[in-house]
Design a protein around this ligand. Structure first.
Ligand code: HEC
Ligand code: HEC
Ligand code: HEC
Ligand code: HEC
Ligand code: HEC
Ligand code: HEC
Ligand code: HEC
Ligand code: HEC
Length: 248
């Protein structure tokens, strides 16, 4: 054995041989594994650029629709859907821009499309308009009621009857037909948009009804009772439904 080779134990020399063989094998194989063009323009295969360019493009972009559909483009631009691209709903339309008659757009007219963005999800930001499609006006398509290019926010119903229809209908045919809802309930405006957050107030004691029914001096044409002797142990509405009162 030449004396420049250190006098190492047999197993270490075998291991060293193995390492040398692996390194040489790697150096031989390496050029075969690297794709052509790698590193020419950076840490990527330069041919990838041409491959990407060669793909057919599918989306034309919103700007290209304006040329022929300026009415729709301006309607969309002024409304709540202004940030949406036309092709998010009508599908990729590069072909249509080239040949409008040949390539026809899609029309998402069914109920399952809009909920992609509007279905209630607890992860969506509060304030983003969301609905539960199973209970929101089930029987009709969304576009029956909402113009897809110009959806408008919900209107706040002005009348109590919009949400309390049954009570309003009972009261309308009752002795209290002429007593307004807000005579007995003071209602914050907020109640009409967030009813559970802004609760409407209800009468809390017998004196409230007594304003009309127990003060013969009040000039009211309401039938009178004596507040101190007429069933004093209960509040009035345990016996008289206030929206349809009866004296039986
Ligand atoms: C070069 C003009 C041109 C461009 C650009 C163009 N369209 Fe059209 N589009 C037409 C014509 C023409 C028709 C009618 C085709 C027919 O009657 O078969 C049409 C029809 C449509 C319809 C169907 C209307 C209907 O009543 O059936 C939709 C939706 C539509 N285009 C959307 C788009 C969108 C979205 C873009 C942009 C990505 C776009 N178009 C770009 C010319 C164009
Ligand atoms: C939120 C989804 C949505 C977006 C965004 C949208 N559309 Fe539509 N579009 C629809 C639906 C749904 C219909 C079918 C309406 C119907 O049948 O009443 C329609 C119908 C149309 C029609 C035919 C309407 C008619 O009255 O003849 C044209 C043209 C059209 N869209 C063009 C566009 C263009 C251009 C854009 C972008 C500027 C756009 N749309 C963006 C959903 C959308
Ligand atoms: C029969 C008519 C009708 C149909 C069908 C309908 N909506 Fe509505 N939508 C309304 C009315 C009215 C309001 C406003 C009152 C309310 O909030 O309930 C509204 C409100 C909304 C709002 C706003 C909610 C908010 O918190 O501001 C969204 C979003 C909405 N609808 C999406 C849809 C979608 C998506 C569909 C289809 C799955 C649909 N609507 C079907 C009538 C309808
Ligand atoms: C790609 C997502 C997307 C799709 C699909 C979509 N919308 Fe919207 N929608 C939005 C955004 C974003 C707004 C604006 C929200 C805002 O202003 O905070 C909006 C607003 C609305 C509003 C206004 C509600 C309010 O109270 O402000 C209604 C109604 C509505 N969309 C109905 C529809 C209907 C019907 C469809 C199906 C034809 C539809 N949207 C499809 C994203 C979408
Ligand atoms: C947008 C729909 C809506 C409108 C409009 C509305 N309410 Fe309500 N109201 C509700 C809902 C929802 C509740 C809560 C029901 C529950 O908690 O079970 C409620 C509850 C009430 C209650 C009971 C409060 C309680 O703590 O028990 C009263 C009283 C009331 N409303 C009165 C009115 C009056 C008066 C008006 C008209 C000035 C009115 N509401 C308009 C939706 C509405
Ligand atoms: C004469 C006074 C009076 C008038 C007018 C009146 N309410 Fe009430 N309302 C009451 C009283 C009192 C209660 C509490 C009943 C109870 O706790 O059992 C009540 C309860 C309610 C409740 C709670 C649910 C229920 O049925 O007990 C609602 C909702 C409500 N009123 C809505 C209305 C609406 C809407 C109108 C107008 C259409 C109206 N009220 C008119 C006195 C009145
Ligand atoms: C703003 C005045 C007013 C208030 C407040 C009022 N009522 Fe009346 N109520 C009347 C008038 C007026 C009549 C009679 C109407 C008629 O003759 O048709 C009446 C009739 C009645 C009757 C008689 C029904 C019958 O069959 O003869 C009862 C019971 C009654 N109210 C109960 C109540 C109760 C309970 C309250 C409190 C929750 C109340 N009222 C609050 C004005 C009022
Ligand atoms: C325990 C049940 C009960 C309670 C509580 C009660 N009432 Fe009555 N109320 C009756 C009955 C039963 C009648 C019919 C028989 C009568 O005239 O005594 C009546 C009759 C009336 C009448 C008609 C009187 C007439 O001359 O036509 C008025 C008005 C009335 N009540 C108002 C009130 C008011 C206001 C309160 C609360 C201060 C109240 N009631 C509490 C059971 C009740």
């Amino acid at each position: 054995m030449p004396n420049w080779i250190p006098n190492l134990p047999e197993q270490v020399r075998r291991l060293a041989l193995l390492v040398v063989v692996v390194v040489i094998a790697f150096l031989i194989v390496r050029p075969m594994l690297i794709p052509a063009g790698f590193g020419e323009q950076g840490h990527f295969r330069s041919g990838a650029l041409n491959d990407a360019v060669a793909h057919d493009y599918k989306y034309a972009g919103k700007a290209s629709c304006e040329e022929c559909h300026d009415d729709m483009t301006s309607m969309l631009a002024s409304g709540y859907h202004n940030n949406l691209s036309c092709e998010v709903c009508h599908g990729p339309l590069a072909g249509h821009v080239e040949e409008p008659e040949e390539v026809q757009p899609e029309f998402p007219r069914g109920r399952n499309f809009c909920p992609v963005c509007h279905e209630y999800l607890s992860a969506r930001p509060t304030g983003f308009p969301q609905i539960v499609s199973q209970s929101h006006n089930q029987l009709k398509a969304c576009i029956n009621c909402h113009e897809p290019h110009d959806p408008v926010p919900s209107e706040v119903p002005e009348k109590c009857s919009a949400c309390h229809g049954k009570i309003a209908r009972s009261k309308a045919v009752s002795h209290h037909a002429n007593v307004e809802c807000d005579f007995c309930h003071s209602v914050n405006e907020g109640h009409k948009t967030s009813p559970r957050e802004f609760r409407a107030a209800k009468p809390i004691d017998r004196n409230f009804c007594g304003q009309c029914h127990a003060d013969s001096e009040n000039g009211s044409d309401a039938p009178q009772i004596d507040l101190s002797s007429h069933e004093p142990r209960y509040v009035c509405w345990q016996c008289h439904y206030p929206h349809l009162p009866e004296a039986k």
